[in-house]
Design a protein around this ligand. Structure first.
Ligand SMILES: Nc1ncnc2c1ncn2[C@@H]1O[C@H](COP(=O)(O)OP(=O)(O)O)[C@@H](O)[C@H]1O
Ligand SMILES: [Mg+2]
Length: 294
């Protein structure tokens, strides 16, 4: 497992470029300390899976990186830009590079899919209506929705379609980094596997950095390049699946060596590998449920 180093060291030639570097992050709500000196690196172009028990602070960290939650101590850099010293203009420029699928990733219920996708466009781009319509349609196709989904309202869509529409909205401004907070929760196993594949494909074709909060071991095994585990307000392990399996931290052991994990561990190579069968194929183990109770 790698040791934490200052972000500046890592952006030197030969080292991997850091997209997000968090150091000593502390977030408290009243007397409750949720993040307690957290260090984390996310490298450019990787899919980082962020795991941890419910209520440990995964969403809080996501919001802190997005500049939406105030921290009591620590430093966060995104693409070399320090959040602490960013002017509002610099923060707005950074915001444009973020695509976000929140955990409660609801679309605006009173807007159609097309209008939802156009919300960030209206906020950040001064485009004509015709161009925004074309762009929205492009994003709709990109996430595998049919063109007629454009004029539907969220209430007319299935759970999987809503996730895809929310993903299309997250991609509206051609972000460099995608934040996904439990993107497959609430989807059935086949829908979840399809959504994983979509994320993997978009990540590769668009060269995205993906920060993905997840409970879903299938997602971890199939699309994550590295994993970071959160416990007691800190990242207690980060690295590859092999690093996770070798971790002695009790929560990480329980998570990666539990019954569900064992079923996957015995499975074939990750989805990204050309040699692996697609999930849910006869050669593949059944997709397992999330480990929510840990
Ligand atoms: N705005 C807030 N005000 C007070 N407490 C909060 C707030 N946001 C999150 N918390 C608390 O912080 C803890 C971590 O929450 P969260 O990041 O949502 O957990 P998870 O790891 O499940 O995503 C929880 O105890 C939650 O109740
Ligand atoms: Mg959460």
């Amino acid at each position: 497992m790698r040791e934490s180093q200052p972000a500046a060291v890592q952006s030197k030639a030969g080292a991997r470029e850091t997209a997000i570097a968090a150091r000593g992050v502390v977030v408290e709500f009243g007397a409750k300390r949720v993040l307690d000196g957290l260090d984390l690196d996310v490298y450019r172009g990787e899919v980082l899976g962020f795991v941890g028990g419910s209520g440990q602070g995964k969403s809080v960290l996501t919001r802190a990186v997005l500049g939406l939650v105030e921290k009591q101590a620590g430093a966060i850099e995104v693409f070399g830009q320090s959040l602490e010293t960013a002017t509002s203009k610099q923060m707005k420029a950074l915001d444009r590079r973020f695509g976000v699928l929140f955990q409660q990733g609801a679309l605006f219920s009173g807007l159609t899919v097309r209008q939802n996708i156009q919300v960030p466009m209206r906020e950040y781009l001064g485009l004509s209506r015709g161009l925004m319509d074309e762009l929205a349609m492009l994003k709709i196709e990109m996430v595998g929705l049919s063109r007629d989904a454009a004029d539907k309202f969220p209430a007319e869509l299935s759970g999987g379609m809503i996730k895809r529409a929310a993903l299309a909205r997250a991609l509206a401004l051609d972000p460099d980094i995608l934040f996904l907070d439990e993107p497959t929760s609430g989807l059935d196993p086949i829908g979840a596997a399809e959504f994983d594949k979509l994320i993997a494909t978009l990540q590769r074709t668009l060269g995205l950095t993906v920060f993905m909060v997840t409970h879903d071991l299938d997602s971890i095994y199939s699309i994550c390049d590295r994993i970071a585990a959160l416990a007691d307000g800190k990242v207690v392990a980060q690295g590859t699946i092999a690093d996770m399996l070798a971790s002695t931290h009790p929560w990480v052991r329980a998570y990666f060596h539990g019954d569900r994990a064992r079923r996957l561990d015995a499975s074939s190579p990750p989805l990204n590998s050309p040699a692996s069968p697609p999930l849910n194929s006869p050669e593949s183990p059944a997709r397992v449920d999330s480990v929510r109770s840990l």
